[in-house]
Design a protein around this ligand. Structure first.
Ligand code: NAD
Length: 428
């Protein structure tokens, strides 16, 4: 979304084609998996606070549901496109499959900028989106969740609208709900923690002690904040974070070479993951250009903001010291950059494995909501750690055995599982 010439769906298809060739998939299975099964484009009319009406464009794409109901977040972004949503829905299919949870993949979005919308206007968008899709989503069909610039409040408005339409309490329709209203403990932490569970295993495999490592992070939203917290707990030091500045319509990297203090930074961070630049300067943070996070002298890079951030343009700026890239964001690395990273033997924790903690915990939330019985936070996070660790080991074992790049190994496992489910159902 950040670069108009970049097409995330073409990138997702190119990644799929590469693995389909590796696996020797037949033409029908390729045709089925290369494109989404269903796509919806919506007009959402909303009465604005000044009494006027504005029509917002929204999307839902259900890529594949052979392994179970489809699942995926909904993003609010001024540059959202159907192709971004298509790509993300495909990645959700692979993500659920690689961690082996019984769900398919979908994604949604609305072209809007919540920074410029009141709560009431955002509520109107949420309810309108659900009204348009009320027959096509559901606890047994397709289950939305929060993503970029949406949160538990948005999910609750959506749940309320869905339940009003269906005349029943159906908390399993949506995940990322507030705790106490059907939400799962641990969901807020899940994606960021999941990134670090896989990072911890990668460090173990490379024989590196986490407390001897230093990392640079792009993004300071939900994923980045919890990833940093757990990484710090393991002993790792983060020296900079990069985030978007709404006022300047630009991104900046905030650096403290002896390590950022997450609690201190959180006090000057807004709910969209933007840092107050004046206050950051006051408490001793150096302010660098937005893309400076990639060229830092660190062991670990954690892109946790947006897609298309490590590309042919900047991959050569990655320091020789970098040993691991842990992709918190979806699609942060382009295939051209991937080639360079593979040649340099940097250990890649690919997005749909590394950030699968979110959907795994969402699956736990669905299970708890459907049972109407809720687990303690430790129980949720322990279950999450088991799933993430086991998925990591499956992928790294295959990568080692077949001498594959980690992203390819993860794709081989995921695409094989989905292709097999389609075959077993008799679809192809
Ligand atoms: P968020 O909205 O909470 O935070 C996004 C962060 O990225 C903010 O700090 C923002 O300032 C920053 N940012 C935006 N544009 C930037 C730019 N050009 N340069 C630098 N920083 C920029 O979002 P999030 O939930 O943390 O999601 C981040 C990424 O992780 C997205 O790619 C999302 O799809 C992916 N993801 C999120 C989850 C989840 O559970 N939240 C799960 C899986 C994947």
């Amino acid at each position: 979304m950040s670069d108009k010439s970049f097409n995330a769906f073409e990138m997702a298809q190119a990644q799929f084609d590469h693995i389909a060739d590796l696996l020797g998939l037949d033409a029908a299975t390729r045709a089925l998996l290369r494109n989404p099964m269903r796509e919806y484009a919506l007009n959402i009319p909303v009465r604005m606070d000044d009494g006027s009406f504005q029509v917002f464009r929204g999307f839902r794409v259900q890529h594949n549901d052979a392994r179970g109901p489809s699942k995926g977040g909904i993003r609010f972004h001024p540059l959202e496109t159907i192709d971004t949503v298509r790509a993300l829905s495909m990645w959700m299919t692979w993500k659920c499959a690689v961690v082996d949870i019984p769900l398919g993949g979908s994604k949604g979005g609305v072209i809007c900028d919540p920074h410029n919308l009141s709560n009431r206007e955002q509520e109107g968008i949420c309810r309108g989106w659900v009204r348009q899709l009320a027959r096509d989503i559901g606890p047994l069909r397709d289950i939305p969740a929060p993503d970029v610039m949406t949160n538990s409040q948005h999910m609750l408005w959506m749940l309320d609208e869905y339940e009003a339409i269906h005349g029943a309490k159906l908390p399993g329709i949506i995940t990322g709900k507030p705790v106490g209203m059907g939400g799962s403990l641990g969901r807020t932490e899940a994606t960021g923690f999941g990134v670090i569970y896989t990072l911890r295993e990668a460090l173990k495999e490379l024989g590196i002690n986490p407390d001897e490592t230093v990392a640079s992070v792009q993004g300071f939203g939900n994923v980045a904040q919890y990833a940093i917290r757990l990484y710090n707990k393991l002993g790792g030091k983060v020296i900079c974070v990069s985030c978007w500045d709404q006022e300047d319509s630009a991104s900046y990297t905030y650096r403290k070479s002896d390590g950022i203090d997450i609690d201190e930074l959180l006090k000057i961070t807004d709910r969209f993951g933007g840092i107050d630049k004046k206050k950051a300067a006051e408490i001793g943070y150096e302010m660098l250009p937005g893309d400076a996070w990639i060229e830092q002298d660190v062991d670990i890079l954690i892109p946790a903001a947006l897609e298309n951030q490590i590309s042919a343009k900047n991959v050569n700026k990655i320091s020789q010291r970098v040993k691991i890239i842990a992709e918190g964001a979806n699609g942060p690395t382009t295939p051209e950059a991937d080639k360079v990273i593979a040649e340099r033997n940097i250990f890649m924790l690919p997005d749909f494995l590394a950030n699968a903690g979110g959907v795994t915990c969402s699956y736990f939330e669905q299970v708890q909501s459907n049972m109407n019985y809720f687990w303690k936070k430790d129980e949720v996070l322990d279950k999450l750690d088991i799933i993430m660790t086991s998925a990591f080991r499956g992928v790294s074992e295959l990568a080692r055995k077949k001498k594959l790049f980690m992203r390819d190994a993860a794709y081989v496992i995921a695409i094989n599982r989905v292709a097999q489910a389609c075959k077993d159902r008799g679809w192809v």
